[in-house]
Design a binder for this molecule. Structure first.
Ligand code: ZN
Length: 484
């Protein structure tokens, strides 16, 4: 079983925030509170500081790329196409031709002779933490925020180089990183950000140390809130405020902690978090902005409360029962499920309390996928790695291991066309309007050229450095190891 070092938010954050308890509060404050030196105004005079003006490099005028002689996995069909050619113009797939040797008369078109290789949509991870995935817990709680952002940028580039052209970020301060990527300042995937994970007091996202409780009503934010990782809210009004703040920053969906987590020491796995009214306040705020709420929940009771409140996506859900799985299917609610399975290394580092909860969740994974398949629930795939650079580097392996439950075509469809559909649930605030996760005319040009057929051998996606010979995002090529 290929599941080494698989960490979920549920596991890793305990390590992070427990460490904080042992450190001096003053040191932590210094590490988390951003206090940049303010240069004199004169230094800025030559700069364009307009905050709404992106610095994205222009695409070559009329330019494009012609992939000749490709067999296409389009994100949906279980079989490859006959040899074809695909023309990308600007950031869009303009034309797919049944003629593998199609030529393009227009100027500035780069021709890639793929020699029968497989062209597929860029991968999408529906539960990722771009800021938190690869940074060690000790560094996360002690380092300068600027340094942490640079580490996140490095990891963003690595993520794209693993073939993930889009990620849905399910918690963490990624708004600045997303902007820098979109503007071409740094390299990385498209990011659908949630911003801070919203949690009740003592909920799964309450990372405060004991010295930070109780909080004064109207008092200052805790360190985990200042850092943008979490937002603590009690009462519908507070939830509404925190949800609206994330939307103001550019969140494309809202993430709430609706039930117990494995690692968090202050909440039982069986706990139901928030009330329906609290969850519904976030749902209203999100829906008024055209988007939706995703809720972390493992148990049937927590999942049902989230559904009743109007959540459109359930995160995890490993402890679901059969009637609740059927309810997800009947209501067309997304199930964002991760292949969490037993891992000796991770398990050894857990507290006894967490170990007990983890065993329940691991055991539930098998049943969860079985029920997701049985009832045809709309299922999204995500890796959900936190605090472990090694595990983050194996992101593709967590997709490849899905063949334990699905065919390679089903697993790849989940990580492309299906996840693309989930991204579009962000409605009129979708930061990347256009079709994602498919190879079809008019779709956004996020493409991988694969040396081999992943429908035969899904393990190809677990070794992207070797097997992804071209990586294109938004019509731009970020990797091309072919000599032509
Ligand atoms: Zn997570």
């Amino acid at each position: 079983m290929n599941s080494r070092n698989l960490l979920s938010a549920s596991f890793a954050l305990t390590i992070v925030w427990d460490l904080r308890r042992t450190l001096c509060p003053m040191l932590l404050a210094a590490a988390f509170v951003i206090g940049p030196c303010q240069p004199g105004l004169a230094q800025y005079e030559a700069l364009d500081l307009g905050p709404e003006e992106p610095a994205a490099p222009a695409l070559p005028a009329g330019g494009g790329t012609l992939f000749q002689n490709v067999r296409i996995f389009d994100g949906k069909n279980t079989a490859l196409s006959a040899p074809s050619s695909v023309l990308v113009r600007g950031n869009t797939i303009e034309q797919i031709s049944a003629n593998p040797a199609a030529t393009e008369a227009g100027a500035a078109v780069r021709v890639i002779d793929a020699n029968g290789r497989v062209l597929m949509p860029g991968l999408i991870d529906a539960h990722w933490h771009m800021f938190l995935a690869a940074v060690s817990p000790a560094v996360l709680v002690t380092a300068d925020p600027g340094y942490l952002n640079l580490l996140a940028a490095r990891e963003a580039e690595a993520t794209l180089m693993r073939g993930f052209t889009t990620i849905r970020d399910m918690g963490g301060p990624v708004f600045g990183l997303k902007r820098a990527i979109d503007e071409g300042v740094t390299v990385g995937p498209r990011i659908y950000p949630s911003g801070a994970m919203i949690s009740q007091t003592s909920g799964h996202g309450d990372f405060r140390s004991h010295y930070e409780v109780p909080r004064a009503l109207g008092g200052p934010l805790s360190q985990s809130e200042l850092s943008g990782v979490a937002a603590i809210a009690d009462s519908p009004d507070e939830v509404r405020l925190r949800a609206r703040e994330q939307l103001r920053h550019g969140a494309s969906q809202i993430k709430l902690m609706g039930g117990g987590g494995v690692s968090s020491p202050h909440n039982p796995i069986e706990s139901i978090q928030f009330t329906e009214a609290e969850l519904h306040a976030a749902v209203e705020a999100a829906e008024n902005w055209g988007t939706y709420v995703a809720v972390h929940a493992y148990t049937p009771a927590a999942i049902r409360q989230a559904i009743a409140a109007g959540a459109k996506c359930i995160e995890h859900g490993q402890l679901i029962d059969e009637p609740t799985a059927k309810l997800l299917a009947d209501k067309g609610i997304w199930w964002s499920l991760q292949p969490l399975t037993y891992d000796a290394d991770v398990f050894a580092r857990m507290s006894p309390v967490s170990q007990k909860k983890a065993l329940e969740v691991f055991a539930g994974t098998e049943n969860a996928y079985k029920l997701a398949k049985k009832y045809g629930v709309k299922t999204a795939w995500g890796a959900d790695i936190l605090g472990d650079a090694g595990a983050a580097s194996r992101q593709g392996q967590y997709l490849a291991m899905m063949v334990r439950w699905y065919t390679p075509a089903e697993a790849l469809k989940m990580a492309t066309a299906d996840n693309g559909e989930l991204m579009a649930l962000s409605g009129f605030i979708n930061p990347y309007p256009g079709k994602l996760g498919v190879v079809e005319a008019g779709a956004l040009a996020d493409l991988l050229l694969v040396d081999g057929n992943p429908l035969d051998d899904i393990n190809l996606v677990a070794n992207p450095e070797k097997n992804f010979v071209v990586i294109m995002k938004d019509g731009r090529i970020y990797k091309n190891t072919l000599s032509n």
